[in-house]
Design a protein around this ligand. Structure first.
Ligand code: FAD
Length: 260
């Protein structure tokens, strides 16, 4: 196989190519594994698409696309949806729009691994959900509650995420403490702290890309004020972390490099 071209990425940026690739992979590959969507799985899909339609700060044509998929899903009557029917909406064939809004393949930039089996989709899914939790803090009038985005993530991971071991671990963390989240700011911080737990658990294991060692995030060089020392022990300054999350996962920090 031909090696993938190396796309230089900056760790202080978020890349739209990763986010749009996550949408493509989630909706066209992971959801497509189920030929009929019904019950809790259909509910999880609806919640996921609803938060995307509300909070994903995409390019206008992508936002329009997500809103139209959301409208379509909200209008389905009956207890089940064949994936074939959803696929027609996802590829815009009904409206006669060509070509499809979501590209037919993935381009990893910030989530590019040093080998094809590293990083990619799981990295982009984390990035997408951090972005959504942060966007929900900025559009409070749209919010239906502090667990709106986290609940959608929990449902997506539980019912669709192809890494079943990941889903089991994430569900464990969610069941343990997600219901203690009582504000949208706490929701963004909850996801940040759980992601760091996963980073700590996976550091040094074979899933770690040697070119991207798993560290606690954000590292000192990305956010000096996030780090503190109390009695010789490292502690996070959570107010600084929240400010950093809001700046890092903001539309102004999303770059369009390598999008088509
Ligand atoms: P990732 O951990 O994927 O992070 C992506 C990017 O997010 C980083 O490059 C960084 O820019 C940013 N980031 C890092 N930490 C944080 C943070 N704390 N807050 C905000 N942003 C951050 N793999 C397993 O082997 N076992 C598991 O049990 C497992 N569980 C998972 C559960 C979920 C819900 C998901 C989405 C993934 C899970 N994975 C698991 C995959 C694993 O967490 C990584 O996504 C994968 O190994 C790729 O790692 P990465 O180096 O690209 O960085």
């Amino acid at each position: 196989t031909t090696p993938m071209p190396w796309r230089p990425a900056d760790r202080s940026k978020v890349y739209m190519a990763d986010l749009e690739s996550a949408l493509h992979y989630a909706l066209r590959i992971e959801v497509a594994r189920f030929s009929v969507l019904t019950g809790e799985r259909l509910k999880a899909l609806k919640s996921f698409v609803a938060v995307l339609a509300k909070y994903f700060p995409g390019r206008p044509f992508v936002q329009n696309f997500l809103r139209s998929v959301n409208r379509w899903l909200r209008n389905v009557s009956g207890p089940s949806v064949p994936y074939r029917a959803l696929e027609l909406v996802l590829t815009n064939r009904k409206e006669g729009l060509a070509p499809a809004v979501l590209s037919n393949n993935v381009t990893w930039v910030g989530c590019q691994g040093s080998k094809p089996h590293f990083r990619g989709y799981p990295c982009s899914l984390w990035t997408l959900f951090h972005l959504l939790t942060v966007q929900a803090t900025k559009h409070r009038r749209l919010s239906t509650g502090p667990l709106e985005v986290l609940g959608a993530m929990r449902g997506y991971v539980r019912w669709f995420f192809g890494c079943r071991e990941c889903a089991k671990h994430f569900e464990g963390m969610a069941a343990e403490s997600m219901d203690q989240v009582s504000t949208v700011n706490e929701a963004a911080l909850w996801l940040w702290s759980r992601h760091n737990r996963v980073n700590a658990r996976l550091a040094g294991t074979e899933t770690e890309d040697p070119k991207f060692p798993k560290r606690q995030w954000p590292p000192l060089d990305l956010c000096p004020p996030c780090h503190d020392m109390v009695n010789g022990r490292h502690v996070w300054d959570e107010a600084a972390v929240l400010r950093f999350l809001k700046a890092h996962f903001s539309p102004a920090n999303i770059f369009l490099d390598f999008t088509v």
